[in-house]
Write a protein of this length. Sequence first.
Length: 470
Amino acid sequence: MATTPFTAPRPASYAPIPRPLKRKTAPSEIPPGPRSPLLTLKFQRDTPGFLRTARDEFGDLASFFLGGQLFYGAFAPEMVHEVTVSKQHSFIKGVGFDRMRKVLGTGLLTNEEPIHLRHRRLMQSPFHISKISSYAETMLALTEKHISNWRAGSDVELGPEMMSLTFDIVAEILFGTDISKDTERVQRSMHIAIDRIERTMLPGLDRMDSWPIPYFKKFHTAADDLNDVASKIIRTRIERGIKRDDLLGILLEATTPEGERLSAEEISDETLTLILSGHETTANVLTWAFAYLSEYPKYWEQLAIEAEEVLAHRGEDDFASHLFRAPIASTIFSEVLRLCPPVWVAPRRALEDVELGGRFVPKGAHVLVSQFVTQRDPRYFDNPDKFIPERWQGDFEKSLPKGAYFPFGAGTRKCLGDQFALLEGRIIILEIARRFRLALKDGFPKAQPRATYRPKGSVAMKVSAARRDL
Ligand code: HEM
């Protein structure tokens, strides 16, 4: 039987996973942290809230046991910077990623060295800023197409709308394929996969994936289904003999310095990784952004004025640079990424003994850094739970210590698509604000943090016309 990502073993060239530290093998002195017998329940029920309370009660480095294994929450910006940048080689990706590999295979997001950097170098060119700028027209055209059937007075389910829009954008730009027929299928399978992935924040649960019970069987089926979509994209390109210099074209032609080509499985895994990491995250942040705009309607008018100015540069060579500079859309996007970071936790595993903020963390420990917790730290962000886009005006971001704001991660594992997402986010916010106003029908959505920080439910919105259209 062919190996699928779900059944593939961990690649032999990865660093061996260090033994976990149990209560008996943990160092005698570990930092304080939550020790309640209900800890696992609290962690599972609201992981971001659990981590935030741990920081509030126990400080920048807290320890706790989950599934009998030692975890550290490292919350100070200095520690975040060490884990993601200056000491990144002391860590591999941690809990959740083995489970994610069952869905995404060995793509960039889940790969470890030495494979990761080799692939990252091969895949960088479509994400170069000069190339990203050339995508602006397509992003805008697809946004126009998607909202062309919105009518003042009607309702939209914003979550699914943003998912299908960002999916079509990534599919068209990176893979040159109209796979809108598959949007629903991808969304259904991805919803299941993302829901199940989060559960393995509890170590050891992944052993249950082979159990013959519907909850886990559905996870397996969803992973295989997504793998099928990726294979179909590649097959279509090869069978039709299409040559394009988009990401898929690059992957199909790529040769390593040793003259090796990527295998069909590697190309398929990278394709799936880009489709998933390239649309789910952006769709969630946009859905949150419109939920905040509904709560803070004063920004609609400012955005609409900005949209008229910026979108008037459409067709000009420097269209993208106008979009990148758009101050209202930029500050709103930065603030939503702070409050609702789609990637809200980065689990790592210490490969060796290491110091974080000058404090000892032993080999084998699980280390969690969290965008959600650190980006709501009142030492760096006044009124941390409040939506205040104006805080990003001027040099605020530059004034922050390294590691205080990291919605796209940092170091060699930093998001490959950050500029792609920033451009796309501005275009979608501006174009929608130019045409419409959206108002939440059922109150501000609750969060449903899974592998991504997603709003719960489909987020129904009432559509009305932008004032200038009245
Ligand atoms: C607002 C939208 C997005 C956010 C907040 C985001 C955030 C992140 C973060 C935090 C990581 C690092 C994860 C870790 O350290 O464990 C990451 C990795 C990655 N992202 Fe994004 N992302 C977004 C959009 C995108 C888009 C649009 C693409 C592609 C089109 C993309 C592709 C990737 C890839 C390939 C990686 C793995 C990079 C590597 O390890 O070399 N992301 N993303």
